[in-house]
Write a protein of this length. Structure first.
Length: 319
């Protein structure tokens, strides 16, 4: 991929994280934000100019040689921003997760990528954690995953007070919980079939309060999940192989339990990049810019995954 210059769309906190990575990877980039204040804050933080006025204004006078972009605007603007870029001829686009907030947005983005022949990926940086990379190595050595479990409990007492739009809160499972759900299925295989249940309602969004389910992945592994958004808890993933139980709690760390032992040991990780930058981001950007796309999620696959997220969110049976 030609990395002479790329476009970084957004000037908020996530854009600052991407800018640090791009600068340290020696990649030249142009940053476009919307508000003057955000662009000034961006410059104060990373020492690089950001152009205010928004992406559509910039595209009307842009350098046509730039074909690669990273999109890290607000969740409500992800899909429409990526669509603008595709229609203006961008060929390689990395869009912050989840890429859109519903079937309409993500479906349109998928269709546009196919129509214009653009490669569009969704940035699930947890796939690139040092803990996940090490676990994948151990899974291969052990002969694969036999079962896995994940928990995506969210803190309702925090979410209710967040300065987020109602649109984002109503789509919270896709907009936020999908981080851990995607990671679990990335390690254990996507669901071939599963049963899902949900219970209760939150008072801050169109979401159930508790979730549970179980099924079979395409790799032949059994899986289960749970979450209770009105009770204490945290995200977590556990993956079982014939030789090890791999425990991610928190997700950035890896603990293991060996077959025949009850002792749980912490695995030493080569996680310097996850310490220096937002975890997973350096390797994710590196993979995207080097066209090493095996671990990236395509917009097409994200479109297909919406059926899974919808089934988890709504359940086959609600109480």
């Amino acid at each position: 991929m030609d990395m002479n210059k790329i476009l970084l769309v957004g000037a908020g906190n996530m854009a600052k994280e991407y800018a640090k990575v791009l600068m340290d990877q020696g990649v030249d980039f142009i940053t476009v934000g919307r508000s003057v204040k955000n662009c000034e804050d961006f410059k104060d933080c990373v020492g690089r100019e950001a152009i205010s006025g928004g992406i559509r204004s910039f595209l009307q006078r842009r350098d046509d040689s730039i074909k690669t972009a990273i999109v890290c605007v607000s969740a409500e603007e992800l899909a429409c921003t990526a669509l603008d870029l595709i229609e203006y001829g961008f060929q390689n686009i990395l869009v912050e997760k989840p890429g859109g907030l519903n079937e309409s947005e993500i479906g349109r983005l998928d269709e546009a990528a196919k129509e214009y022949g653009a490669d569009v990926f969704i940035a699930y940086n947890r796939r690139f954690y040092a803990s996940v990379q090490k676990a994948r190595e151990m899974i291969r050595q052990d002969g694969g995953v036999t079962s896995f479990h994940f928990e995506f409990t969210e803190w309702s007492h925090v979410i209710s007070g967040l300065n987020k739009s109602q649109q984002v809160k109503d789509a919270w499972l896709l907009a936020n919980s999908s981080h851990v759900i995607d990671m679990a299925f990335f390690l254990g295989g996507g669901p071939k079939d599963f049963h899902s249940y949900c219970q209760g309602k939150t008072d801050w969004g169109n979401c159930s309060a508790a979730y549970a389910g179980a099924g079979l992945s395409y790799t032949g592994a059994l899986f289960s999940y749970c979450a209770n958004w009105e009770a204490p808890g945290r995200w977590g993933v556990e993956v079982l192989t014939p030789m090890h139980r791999l425990i991610f709690r928190p997700l950035e760390k890896l603990q293991i339990q060996q077959k025949g032992s009850i002792e749980i040991k912490t695995v030493d990780l080569a996680d310097d990049l996850d310490v220096r930058y937002k975890p997973g981001l350096y390797r994710q950007v590196e993979a995207f810019l080097n066209a090493d796309w095996g671990s990236l999620l395509s917009i097409g696959d994200q479109h297909l995954n919406l059926k899974v997220y919808d089934r988890i969110k709504n359940g086959e049976k609600s109480f």
